[in-house]
Ligand binder design. Structure first.
Ligand code: AMP
Ligand code: MG
Length: 506
């Protein structure tokens, strides 16, 4: 007897239908192509929150068709897959043409929540789905290790409330790809309203193609910044808005200790999103000079440098947009929005992190107080996340609760001196313990994606146990919640984790 297939089995997935907004750009902007199949793909991880953005329930994760579609083995209705061309500055040097060497844009779909997209559409992209005309020396593939890291970090950043591309799923296959050692291939499915980069603009500027430069700027304005079209000089307004978004994003990174690792202009989103997760890291023992990317020997993208590099990248975008904006003065004026936007965002975030309300006449003393805490963390090698989380536990009066924080600092008496000043400052605004602690715990995460946690999940997944990927995802979706049952995941890195190195290899 043949089994009767329930009619609902593929319904949600077969109803999926994509449009192709990016493909409306002239042919020079992309190459249409198909993903290269991977043999016998399996699902490694998937996010119900991201599925919900495109109107899918998590029930589809059990459907083999989901894995096929988001590995690139079958085509979604309406999809016109393509890879986009762009260029960029890599490590401060003009690198010429790059492009989607292993990313394939499937198309776009309505985003359920308008907060997920400015024009109500969200694009779906496969990363690691095979060679493209822009693959250069690469194989068009991504390995399981880096794909799990991108998947988890995208959703961890979303959980922290930081603008980012999202990750729907990771699928894997037993097909080998060669890196330092043989590893297995994987595909991450990413979502963002747009994957257009600073380098997409630089591409047309350096290729002396002013008409394409303008077409791209008009496309971005129309689709993502329609309000700016009303300004006298929309191109100047675009540069200013992107500059401000980038500055704010840098402040958000600094405030949680996130380090991107490869802030090349081809990895900078025109929407101000965190994009292209590679050798990223979260600060642990605080060291402003920390370099998370083993390949970055000069420390160009160290923690301390990120805000400066954000500005440098906006400058590179400004060079490319100058012909559209018209004058150097107008371009400079837009670019000059960077520093104030960064300072304002950082100052706001730091006040929140320290649980303080800005008071008139206190600005410079507050700045000193913050700097002294960062200095103490650095001198004592105190864990960034722990220090702020534990600071959120202390009371205005000395109590045993201080000890959690003090335990992280070798020089306790120096910390005690700082705490005295901090308490005076709390008194100056008659801070209420309960209200402040509640607010501080909403900005100072308990859980971040520590390299060692990702590593454990990766090693299990390499043995086909995906449970840790799912557990980490669940914890990191709510990084501010106590989740007492998961206390272990807030622990400091074990000794073996000191040897961990992350590089550009992915
Ligand atoms: P990334 O440093 O990951 O932002 O990559 C820089 C450029 O190299 C981009 O154009 C990528 O598409 C390309 N790329 C990186 N890895 C590969 C690969 N395995 N195959 C093809 N292109 C790649
Ligand atoms: Mg990239």
């Amino acid at each position: 007897m043949t089994a009767i297939t329930p009619v609902t089995e593929h319904a949600e997935l077969t109803k999926l239908s994509l449009a192709n907004q990016f493909a409306q750009l002239p042919a020079a902007f992309f190459t249409e192509l198909q993903a290269t199949s991977l043999p016998e793909p399996y699902l490694v991880g998937a996010s119900a929150k991201v599925a919900d953005i495109i109107g899918l329930s998590s029930a589809v994760f059990d459907d083999g068709l989901f894995t096929e579609l988001f590995t690139g083995n079958q085509i979604i209705d309406g999809s016109k897959p393509l890879s986009a061309v762009y260029s960029g500055h890599q490590f401060g040097v003009w690198a010429g043409q790059l492009g989607d060497g292993r990313a394939i844009l499937l198309g776009d779909i309505a985003a359920k929540n308008i907060a997920d997209s400015a024009n109500g559409r969200i694009e779906i992209q496969l990363k690691g789905a095979g060679m493209t005309p822009y693959s250069r020396m690469g194989d068009g593939r991504a390995v399981l290790r880096s794909s799990i890291r991108e998947f988890l970090c995208s959703e961890a950043m979303a959980g922290l409330g930081i603008p980012t591309s999202r990750a729907l799923s990771v699928t894997g296959s037993d097909q080998y790809v060669m890196r330092e050692t043989p590893e297995t291939a994987a595909v991450v499915t990413r979502l963002a309203p747009s994957f257009i980069r600073f380098g997409s603009f630089e591409h047309w500027y350096y290729n002396n193609a002013p008409e394409h430069l303008q077409t791209l700027a008009d496309f971005v304005l129309n689709n993502y910044y329609p309000a700016l079209l009303k300004q006298d000089n929309p191109y100047q307004a675009l540069l200013q808005e992107v500059t401000q978004r980038t500055a704010k994003l840098m402040a958000q990174w600094q405030a949680v200790g996130f380090m991107h690792g490869v802030m090349n202009t081809d990895n900078m989103s025109i929407l101000g999103l965190t994009l292209d997760y590679g050798p990223f890291g979260f600060m642990e023992a605080f060291n402003p000079n920390h370099i998370c990317n083993h390949t970055d020997t000069q420390g160009r993208y160290s923690y301390r440098m990120q805000p400066k590099i954000g500005h440098w990248n906006c400058h590179a975008l400004a060079q490319a947009l100058l012909p559209l904006i018209g004058t150097v003065d107008d371009t400079q004026a837009a670019l000059s929005a960077y520093q104030p936007a960064y300072q304002e965002a950082l100052d706001h975030l730091l006040h929140l992190k320290f649980g303080l309300t800005p008071l008139s006449g206190h600005a410079s003393a507050d700045g000193k107080l913050f700097d002294q805490f960062f200095d103490l963390m650095q001198k004592n090698g105190a864990d960034f996340t722990h220090s702020f989380r534990h600071l959120s536990h202390i009371n205005i009066d000395k109590s045993a609760l201080d000890d959690q924080l003090r335990d992280g600092f070798l020089d306790r008496s120096a910390l005690d001196l700082w705490l005295e000043q901090y308490r005076q400052r709390l008194q100056a605004e008659q801070s209420n313990d309960q209200t402040r602690q509640h607010a501080m715990q909403k900005v100072n995460p308990k859980y971040i994606l520590r390299n060692y946690l990702a590593q454990i999940a990766i090693e299990k997944a390499q043995k086909k146990d995906y449970s840790e990927v799912a557990t980490l995802l669940q914890i990191l979706e709510n990084p501010f919640d106590e989740q007492a049952e998961h206390d272990d995941y807030a622990a400091l890195p074990p000794d073996w984790a000191r040897e961990l190195e992350v590089s550009c290899s992915s």
